[in-house]
Write a protein that binds this ligand. Structure first.
Ligand SMILES: [Zn+2]
Ligand SMILES: [Zn+2]
Length: 332
């Protein structure tokens, strides 16, 4: 069984730029984005494919890319889900309404913004067709950790310990049938609306002889399952950045990353800068290794290297590797 279902996992700015992680699945409007920093490395089409965005906090290196995200989805007839810490609704609303719009009828974006606080969640729906009126906020109890769920996956959140309210996230795919990206690109049928339809039938345990009409042909569910889908155990991907290795944050972060196929983790400073890391509330490289070790992840990818280490990033990788050997970084 394949361990994971996504077809693309892209650390958009590598380990040295703004931390931004893009994951995509076969089909449309189902990509996920972790963090809203600089995203010029993603095309408008990639951003337009987004289903949900998970913003860790509102520091500029994690939030400056919001405008491109909104713009790329403006004409889309869909709900874009956006999650972040306290005050995300106000900040997103202010950013969207900082621009003037012609309000063409084809601009249909609906942004459903949820901010996660300890013990509760607040949600507001920002609608372009209604010309973005003042958000009406609904508040509900939220015990965590799941903040978002669809048929294929769940996303969990935990509170990090940064200089401002900050979240960490983990994607947990559900086990079972998933579209197979390799089979889909090699097959005769083009990916389309039939993919989610067939997937729903497969997961519901429908009769394998059920026929679907696709592109003028008729196909049994059994044939579609064989040629375009795969059964997957489901992968876990954890994304942890901008946090201090404090007693308050540690248990939640270890739980979040537990057994992950891959942990993307803040490694802003080297061990020699532990004092600075405590002051600015980041991890030092050995602590990223420690989190990976405690959570027993398969792979650790270090992210968010401070520019002071330009030209000597290997030092950060070596320090993490001394604690957890299966570590890499994307340094160009
Ligand atoms: Zn920060
Ligand atoms: Zn940062």
């Amino acid at each position: 069984m394949a361990a994971r279902a996504f077809s693309t996992v892209q650390l958009v700015n590598g380990s040295t730029g703004d931390p931004v992680l893009y994951l995509d699945y076969p089909g449309s409007d189902n990509a996920l984005l972790f963090d809203g920093g600089e995203n010029g490395g993603l095309t408008a089409a990639q951003l337009g494919d987004l289903e949900a965005v998970f913003v860790t906090h509102h520091h500029v290196d994690h939030f400056i890319g919001l405008d491109r995200i909104v713009r790329a989805n403006m004409d889309r007839d869909k709900v874009l889900h956006l999650f972040g810490p306290v005050n995300t609704i106000r900040k997103v609303y202010d950013r969207i309404t900082a621009y003037e719009y012609p309000y063409f009828p084809f601009q249909k974006i609906v942004v459903r913004v949820t901010e996660l606080l300890p013990g509760k969640r607040r949600t507001a729906v920002l609608e372009c067709t209604r010309r973005f009126p003042e958000p009406v906020i609904e508040e509900a109890d939220w015990a965590g950790p799941v903040c978002y769920e669809n048929a294929d996956l769940r996303v969990e959140a935990a509170h990090a310990d940064h200089t401002v309210p900050c979240l960490a996230f983990a994607l947990a795919e559900k086990s079972g049938y998933h579209p197979d990206p390799k089979k889909l690109s090699a097959g005769l049928l083009k990916s389309g609306r039939w993919v989610p339809e067939a997937l729903r039938l497969l997961r519901d345990g429908a009769d394998p002889q059920t026929r679907l009409d696709i592109d003028g042909g008729s196909f049994t569910l059994a044939a579609l399952a064989e040629n375009y889908f795969t059964e997957s155990a489901g992968a876990r991907v954890a994304y942890v950045t901008d946090t201090f290795w404090s007693d308050a944050a540690r248990p939640g972060l270890v739980k979040l990353a537990k057994g992950a196929w891959r942990l993307y983790c803040d490694s802003f400073y080297a061990a020699a800068e532990a004092k600075r890391a405590a002051q600015y509330k980041h991890l030092i490289a050995p602590q990223a290794g420690e989190l990976a070790r405690l959570a027993k992840v398969e792979q650790l990818v270090l992210i968010h290297f401070a520019t002071r280490y330009a030209g000597k990033y290997q030092q950060l990788i070596d320090e993490a590797a001394a604690v957890f050997p299966r570590v890499t970084a994307e340094v160009s």
